[in-house]
Design a protein around this ligand. Structure first.
Ligand SMILES: *Cc1c(COP(=O)(O)O)cnc(C)c1O
Length: 523
């Protein structure tokens, strides 16, 4: 049923039988927030504009005949709307955000301070390079740190997310193959891979061939060899993988891939687990993206802003896109075009305007400099320790798909511990919301039934991990005691109950339409 504002679900206060009914539908100081279009009025504006001069319209038939229906709000109304919406956000600044694979770590405030320095915060991408030498030096320096941490040859700083970095790396691989006069057609991707990997390979025009996981959750080099031939362009492999396990045969896999002239693309989204411990270049990686918004603590969520620099091996370095930084004795030189690149490089082109996410570069550099290389290694060790602390705290009650063995930076559980309770992974996650926790990653990786992937990151304290573990233990016990209805109804305490997420994704309503009068809509 549509409520008065034409929304598909009613606020909790009105729908929850036995709950306190309020006149306003507000719940205490949690204020029910209508859409901007529902509160705005055409005759109000937050700014004083001079009277528009009377002019003859030259629009003819194109002139709008109906009112434009943009909401007008006073300044306090506009302010309150956005502040209230921001308060409805769950964020890493409000609580633990244990999304596996996403690495939602604390964003140090020092980084924010650095990014707001006028010399970084106020520059514009269309300024001449000669006026921003400090910013360029920072990009070059950050690139140098990324190369040192990964043991690679060159870096493309411009990609704006992990998935964008994957596209960048795979385009460099394609360019390198074309330079050899080869047109290979397939890319190998393990079944446990993040969805962006097969999507990237397909976008670049490759056929994707799956590699099944071993019973222990890792990739078997024999399975890779069985699928390798002169038609394979690359393998896309995540290490540590999305089951939170280090691929122990990664060197053998790299050698096998190289032996048929293919390339090794590493999805570096899980780099947070191994910074300062392992250099991907030493494992035989040819290209890898690094999610600055995961490993190097720059903020993310809601689609951005991310930054996904890509590091390349010596073999692929010449094909890296423009713009790139060439380090010379005279300092950092910025190469912006193929012509400037000269004969030694064959950039595949350009994948984004300008140089990348400057604000994220400053934050990542600030994170690196404030931690130092030893501090970053410590952060990786603590991330692994925290994940194992959670694993150990839950292993007697929650089932682990690959046995009771140490994990890397994320702890993976399956739903067999819920068998016979009538509670699903989804119900369990929704019940966590009532307890004030953002759920873990659910139903991913796909190779695990009812997967629950928990990544606490290094930034959680022992006290917050203990509360998280105690809460999950309590939920498991309630599920086993038969409180199944409670789980099916969850979340009971959130501003909205269960939404039809599939419909929201498949049939998104991207335009606000004036609701029908209440009496008609209710029929
Ligand atoms: C996050 C992630 C990606 C994609 O990164 P975005 O920055 O979200 O585009 C790819 N692979 C893995 C394993 C990830 O965790």
């Amino acid at each position: 049923m549509l409520n008065e504002q034409g929304r598909p679900t009613a606020p909790v206060a009105a729908s929850n039988a036995g709950d306190v009914q309020t006149f306003t539908a507000n719940r205490g100081l949690q204020i029910e927030e209508p859409l901007l279009f529902e509160v705005g009025r055409l005759d109000v504006t937050g700014v004083d504009l001079p009277e528009a001069p009377k002019t003859a319209s030259r629009l003819g038939n194109h002139a709008r005949k109906t009112p434009i229906d943009l909401p007008g709000l006073s300044e306090p109304e506009a302010m309150r709307h956005y502040v209230r919406l921001s308060q409805k956000n769950y964020a890493i600044d409000t609580g633990i955000y244990p999304l596996g694979s996403c690495t939602m770590k604390h964003n140090p405030r020092l980084n924010e301070k650095m990014a707001r320095l006028p010399g970084f915060g106020d520059i514009h991408p269309l300024q001449p390079l000669s006026t921003v030498p400090g910013a360029l030096e920072l990009i070059a320096e950050l690139g140098r740190w990324l190369l040192a941490e990964t043991g690679m040859q060159s870096v493309a700083m411009s990609p704006k997310a992990g998935a964008h970095g994957e596209a960048c790396g795979m385009m460099a691989i394609k360019a390198a193959l074309e330079a050899r006069g080869e047109r290979r057609t397939t890319v190998l991707v393990p079944e446990s891979a993040h969805g962006t990997n097969p999507a990237t390979a397909a976008l670049i025009g490759y056929k994707v061939v799956d590699i099944p996981a071993r019973p222990d959750g890792t990739v078997d080099p024999e399975e890779v060899r069985a699928r390798l031939n002169e038609d394979v362009a690359a393998i896309m492999l995540t290490n540590p993988n999305t089951c939170g396990l280090f691929e122990r045969d990664v060197v053998a896999i790299a050698e096998a891939v190289h032996s048929v002239g293919a390339y090794f693309y590493a999805d570096g989204a899980n780099f947070n687990a191994i910074v300062g411990k392992v250099r991907p270049g030493d494992l035989g990686v040819d290209a890898m993206h690094i999610n600055l918004h995961k490993t190097f603590s720059t903020p993310h969520g809601g689609g951005g802003p991310g930054a996904g620099p890509v590091v390349f091996s010596e073999k692929l370095a010449p094909y890296a896109p423009v713009p790139f930084v060439r380090l010379t004795d005279a300092g950092a030189e910025f190469i912006e075009t193929r012509r400037q690149a000269g004969d030694s490089a064959h950039p595949f082109g350009r994948i984004t305007a300008f140089h990348g996410q400057m604000g994220m570069f400053v934050r990542a550099m600030s994170y690196m400099l404030s931690h130092g290389s030893d501090g970053m290694r410590q952060a990786s060790e603590d991330a692994v320790l925290n994940a194992n602390y959670i694993r150990a705290g839950l292993r007697d009650l929650m089932s682990q798909p690959f046995g009771d063995k140490p994990c890397m930076h994320e702890a993976l559980f399956d739903d067999s511990f819920l068998e016979g309770t009538g509670v699903t992974t989804l119900d369990f996650a929704k019940a966590m919301i009532d307890e004030g926790f953002h759920p873990m990653t659910m139903y991913f990786p796909l190779v695990v039934h009812g997967a629950m992937l928990i990544e606490p990151t290094e930034s959680e304290s022992k006290a917050s991990l203990d509360l998280f573990i105690a809460t999950l233990r309590d939920l498991v016990q309630r599920a086993k005691r038969g409180e199944v209805e409670r789980f099916h109804q969850a979340p009971l305490l959130a501003p909205r109950r269960r939404l039809d997420e599939t419909r929201a994704a498949r049939q998104p309503k991207l335009r606000w339409e004036k609701p029908e009068p209440w009496s008609e809509a209710a029929e």
